[in-house]
Design a protein around this ligand. Structure first.
Ligand code: AP5
Length: 214
């Protein structure tokens, strides 16, 4: 199973990828988390991409390809979120998969209106210990001592109104048109991401069940 999650910022790509990877024992390849890990470790690459991330701009394609492609193990079961984000990345992904003689099992498109997304991002917190995503109201970070995730739980550097506006603009311009490409291949399922988190997870599991059985 090779699954791709598309969706606007705040639609729940990371939230769902982390739950699905736990439920199905898939390897989670989160583009945003990989980028933030480079930035946090203050590597040369991290320093070169921090500005793009903080402004909500796309990191250059050649850099992102170097980060993502090595993680797409031919033999493994993985769930990829945050990639591709434009036509060129979609072409590169296709070429890389063909070279490894693998194909995508399903593409899940999470859909929700922009106004819901900005409210979600406002309350988002991310664990510096695990990279796990939470929400102060809809999915609060664990409070008890001894929980697996000890935090700290912080706001992301790019959770600013300006960066979120830019991410949304780029989503509508660059990512949304990719849905038609996967629909033509017959592997796209659109999911209503306005529902509560657990219901969205169940809808995705349902959409994946034929491919998991096959
Ligand atoms: P990335 O981290 O991928 O950001 P994004 O696509 O903007 O998506 P988000 O992480 O903001 O949202 P999400 O859909 O994962 O939602 P989440 O689960 O957090 O990328 C960051 C940056 O990296 C980009 O701006 C760019 O610079 C760079 N980058 C990344 N990929 C790139 C690429 N391919 N090429 C070039 N550059 C790239 O959920 C949001 C909040 O809502 C959370 O608090 C969550 O708890 C809550 N929530 C989730 N689902 C629900 C629900 N159903 N109901 C209520 N609350 C919910």
């Amino acid at each position: 199973m090779k699954v791709l999650l598309l969706g606007p910022p705040g639609s729940g790509k990371s939230t769902q990828a982390q739950r699905l990877s736990r439920a199905l024992s898939y390897f989670q390849v989160s583009t945003g988390n990989l980028i933030r890990a480079h930035i946090q470790s203050d590597t040369e690459l991290g320093r070169s991409i921090k500005g793009y991330n903080d402004r909500g701009e796309l990191v250059p394609d050649d850099v992102i390809l170097k980060i993502i492609l090595p993680n797409l193990e031919p033999a493994g079961r993985w769930i990829l979120d945050g990639f591709p984000r434009n036509e060129a990345q979609a072409r590169e992904l296709q070429a890389a998969l063909e070279k490894r003689d693998i194909s995508l099992s399903r593409v899940i498109a999470l859909e929700a209106p922009d106004e819901d997304l900005t409210a979600r991002i406002k309350g988002r917190r991310q664990s510096l210990a695990t990279g796990w995503t939470y929400h102060v109201e809809y999915d609060p970070p664990p409070e008890k001592r001894g929980d697996l995730d000890t935090g700290p739980f912080v706001r992301r550097e790019d959770d600013t109104p300006e960066a979120v506006r830019r991410q949304l603009e780029l989503y509508h311009q660059e990512v949304e048109p990719l849905k038609a490409h996967y629909e033509k291949q017959g592997i796209l399922t659109a999911i209503d991401a306005r529902k509560p988190i657990q219901e969205v997870t169940e809808d995705i599991l349902q959409a994946l069940s034929p491919a998991r059985a096959g």
